[in-house]
Design a protein around this ligand. Sequence first.
Ligand SMILES: Cc1ncc(COP(=O)(O)O)c(C=O)c1O
Length: 358
Amino acid sequence: MYVPRNPGLPPRALFTPPGGMSGALDCAGLLLFSKARMGIRYALSALGIGLGETVLAPAYLTGSALAPFDWAGVVCALYDVDRTTLAPDWGSVAGVQTRVKARALLLVHYFGLPCDGGIARAFCREHGLALIEDCAHALPPAPGEVGPGALGDAAIFSLRKLLPLPDGGALRLGSGTGAPACLPPRSDSPVSLAPLLARYVAQRLGMHRPSRAARPPLPVPDTRPEEPAVGISRWSRWLLSCLDAKAARRTRRENYRLLMQRVAGIPGLLPLFPELPDGACPQVLPVLVPAAEQVADSLAAMGVGAYRWPTLPPRCARASETARWLAGRLLALPVHQGLDPVHLEYTADCLERVLHAR
Ligand SMILES: Cc1ncc(COP(=O)(O)O)c(C=O)c1O
C-alpha cells in the first residue's frame, strides 16, 4: 500500500475540457504566482511595507514563509503560538508589538484549520497594523463558502499544496489595496506533469520508494536566496480549470473525519483539532506524537507519507521554546482527495503499530 503525502494527478483530468468542471477553483480576484512566497513578497509592496520595517510573525514557521520578508528587507519579530490550538498567543503578540512597533501581523491558518480572524482583525485595528493572512495550507474559499483568507488586507494561498499542480500560489488583496499587475508565467514543459502522473500510478499500484537510510540532520539555513516573482505556469493554470476543487474540499473533510475517528484513541497520540470547523479544507490531520521525526521515518518505510512539520529555521528555534516543542512532536497525516477509506485505515494501523512498538 502507498499513501502519498500529496495527491497524484489522475490522467482523466487531462481529458476534461478546460472550463468543463463546475467545481473548478474560482480564480476571480486572485493574482496567481508560481509559489505562495512570491505572493507574500508582492503583498508587502502592495501594502507599502519595505526596507527596515517590521512585521509580527509566528515563531512556529517554515523558512519558505519567512524568506519573502528577508527579500524585502523586512524584519520579522517573532511571537509565540498556543501549543494546543496553534492560535497566536495574544499576550506574546502584544508584548512583541510594544517592543517593535510593527507595520503588519502575519496570521497563519496552520494546515487549513482557521484561527479566529476576528480577534486578529481587532488587534490590528487597535494597533494600526495591516493583517496578512497566510493560508498556504488552505484553498481559497469559493463565493458563498466560508474559510480562511476573507478578513486580511492580503491573503496568500499555496495551491500546489492542495491540488495536483506543478506549481501555483495565489494572492488576494483586500479592497483598497492597489490592483495587482499581471506577471509573466513561469516557463515549463509538459514534463512537469510527469511526477504528478507517476505519483498517481504508483499509488494505484501500491508501489512506494524504498525508505531512505537514516541520515544525519542537515543544517537548516536561516535565509534563502531570492526567487524573483513569476506567474503560475500555463500547465497549472490549465489544470485549475480541469480539477474539481469543490470535490477535493469535500473529500478532504470526509477523510479528516474518518481518520480522526480511527486515530483518536491510539495511546501516545494527541489530535490537535478533534473538531473540523465549518468551511475548513484541511491540508492534513495534525497530531502530536513523541519523537515525530522517528515516527515519520517508520511510517515512510511502510509507505505512509506522514511528515514532521516544519523544519524550523534556526532563528525560530532560538526565539521560541514552544516552536521547538511543536516541531519535535507534530506529525502531519495525509487526508487528501486521492485517498480512499482503505488508505486511511492502513495509515491508522501503521501508526498504531509504530507507536505501540516505541
Ligand atoms: C505556512 C506557510 N506559508 C507560506 C509557505 C510558502 O509557500 P510556497 O512554498 O508555495 O511558496 C509555506 C510553505 O511551506 C508554508 O508552510
